[in-house]
Design a protein around this ligand. Structure first.
Ligand code: MN3
Length: 203
């Protein structure tokens, strides 16, 4: 198995002015590339993991042999999380949710505005490096969770449909310490079409 380093479906400058070109270049071309390379190195010596997708490995992290588990958790998580993060963003996107996931958001949180408050709060209050997520949990309900470092809700049996990277490398070049401004900007680039696709698959 070799976990793929995905091409972006948009140019590095396509998410301007919300996510800046330099951040995209470094984040995708350097940070993500490094996670993918280190993940592939970590699993190369484990034939039992060959044929499993990166997502399956992260979902079954407890079964990964202990000598490589930390490397797989951190770098495999970094590989899988970033691939998903790029896919749920797009140029000329954002705004309020639409489609089936919008119905589920309304049913779960009361309104899109209430969801936005709660998701923003999770992203703002994740202490240090990590992610905030909208997931479909084991009861098939939407839930907002946050994780530290490169941990994924997949490891807890939850299916991500939306995620925001709140590591400083995701925003520091443009926003410095102003994480809330980056989070607010992120809502302008959410690819709700992809989020709907993930939601329907998770249900
Ligand atoms: Mn990142």
């Amino acid at each position: 198995m070799a976990y793929p380093f995905p091409e972006l479906k948009y140019a590095y400058d396509a998410l301007e002015p919300f996510i800046d070109t330099k951040t995209m270049e470094t984040h995708h071309g350097k940070h993500h590339k490094t996670y993918v390379d280190r993940f592939n190195t970590a699993v190369a010596s484990k034939p039992e993991l060959a044929g499993m997708s990166g997502e399956d490995i992260i979902a079954n992290i407890d079964k990964v042999s202990e000598d490589v588990r930390a490397a797989v958790r951190n770098n495999g998580g970094g590989a899988v999380n970033h691939s998903l993060y790029w896919s749920i963003m797009a140029p000329k996107a954002g705004g309020e949710a639409n489609g089936p996931v919008a119905e589920a958001i309304k049913a779960t949180f009361g309104s899109f505005a209430e969801f936005k408050i709660k998701f923003t709060d999770a992203a703002t209050t994740q202490f240090g490096s990590g992610w905030a997520w909208l997931v479909v949990n084991k009861e098939k309900k939407l839930e907002i969770v946050k994780t530290a470092n490169q941990d994924s809700p997949l490891s807890a049996g939850k299916k991500p449909v939306l995620l925001i990277d709140v590591w400083e490398h995701a925003y520091y070049l443009k926003y410095q310490n102003r994480r809330p401004e980056y989070i607010e900007a992120f809502y302008n680039v959410i690819n709700w079409e992809k989020v709907n696709e993930l939601y329907l698959a998770a249900k």
